[in-house]
Design a protein around this ligand. Structure first.
Ligand SMILES: Nc1ncnc2c1ncn2[C@@H]1O[C@H](COP(=O)(O)OP(=O)(O)OP(=O)(O)O)[C@@H](O)[C@H]1O
Ligand SMILES: N[C@@H](CCO)C(=O)O
Length: 294
């Protein structure tokens, strides 16, 4: 079998741990039963020898497969990774969602998206990346009594992402420990109102309101201070015509949403201003993970 899992961008400014969207940038994993277990990696992560011996995809896959099928078995895993690691593009969620969905499939179970999503929450405590990795599109999620509830809106071809991807990784786990434990009433009200308004803005496709709706007071600027050039990325992207410009997940990537006809222009401005960073245009993904039999 082969599984394709999309990159995702979480938070979208004020929707900390709640909002996310799915990008048309996929990891592909091919899995075949084999008497000798083995791993090959191409693309992102290929330069990390440790991922050949301690691979979270492989460990989660075996844990779920053994539980579902009631037996242990060896497999060959071939990874072709396009999602950069630790850049705020949901690389860890892609691993978790991909491993669970493929383990269900190889164990002969029906792969129900709701089951994969809820199982994934056992490995990542917040649903904002795993929900769009499962369902695609723009997603808004809540967790109630340990269960994830997600509303999805497919995104049209009239908007695109322009991603600015610094070469510096930022670990989500580390960056979460550096956020405050308490927020003021003003900060809470700002984020509640903006996150609710941003969801409605996506649902109603009122793209001109995206920037206003995406203003955060909880995490973004605190994290951007680790790489102050990101303030310039945001300023230049908005001046070049981006509809919104937010830190992607916990960073270091910046997600800029643009009208499709303006994507190449915004990309050219950002590429020129930040030659040391990777700048790519990317369509949105509306499917979430997909499985192919081979
Ligand atoms: N393709 C991969 N293969 C194996 N492990 C991976 C892969 N991609 C990510 N990981 C694991 O996930 C870790 C990165 O997770 P982290 O949550 O810090 O970043 P992220 O998911 O890319 O960012 P964010 O959650 O902000 O979107 C890596 O250090 C590695 O352990
Ligand atoms: N909501 C998460 C997204 C990154 O995994 C955070 O900002 O820490």
């Amino acid at each position: 079998m082969k599984i394709y899992i999309p990159a995702t961008s979480a938070n979208l400014g004020p929707g900390f741990d709640a909002l996310g969207l799915s990008l048309s940038l996929h990891n592909r994993v091919s899995i075949t039963p084999s008497s000798l277990g083995s791993i090959s990696i191409k693309g992102e992560g290929a330069d990390r020898p440790r991922l050949k011996t301690h691979n979270p995809f492989v460990s989660i896959f075996h844990e779920v497969y053994t539980q579902m099928s009631g037996r242990k078995r060896s497999f060959r895993f071939e990874f072709e990774n396009k999602i950069p690691l630790s850049r705020g593009l949901g690389s860890s969620s892609a691993v978790i969602v991909g491993a669970i969905a493929s383990a269900y499939h190889m164990a002969g179970m029906r792969v129900e998206k709701e089951n994969v999503l809820n199982r994934a929450l056992e490995y990542e405590s917040h649903p904002d990346n795993i929900a769009p990795a499962v369902h695609g599109g723009f997603t808004t999620s809540i967790v109630h009594e340990g269960k994830v509830y997600t509303q999805k809106k497919s995104l049209p071809e009239s908007i695109k992402a322009v991603l600015v991807i610094p070469d510096r990784p930022m670990s989500t786990a580390k960056s979460r420990t550096q956020l405050p434990k308490h927020y003021s009433m003003k900060e809470c009200v700002n984020n509640l109102s903006h996150a609710a308004f941003l969801s409605a803005t996506f649902l109603n496709e009122q793209w001109d309101l995206l920037h206003l709706a995406s203003l955060d007071m909880m995490h973004e600027e605190r994290r951007m201070r680790q790489l102050p050039e990101l303030f310039r990325v945001r300023k230049m992207a908005l001046e070049a015509g981006a509809l919104m410009s937010t830190l992607s997940g916990s960073g270091s990537t910046f997600l800029n949403i643009v009208r499709t006809e303006e994507a190449e222009g915004v990309k050219a401005v950002l590429k020129k201003a930040f030659p040391e960073y990777r700048v790519d245009t990317c369509a949105f993904d509306n499917e979430g993970f997909t499985i192919e039999n081979s």
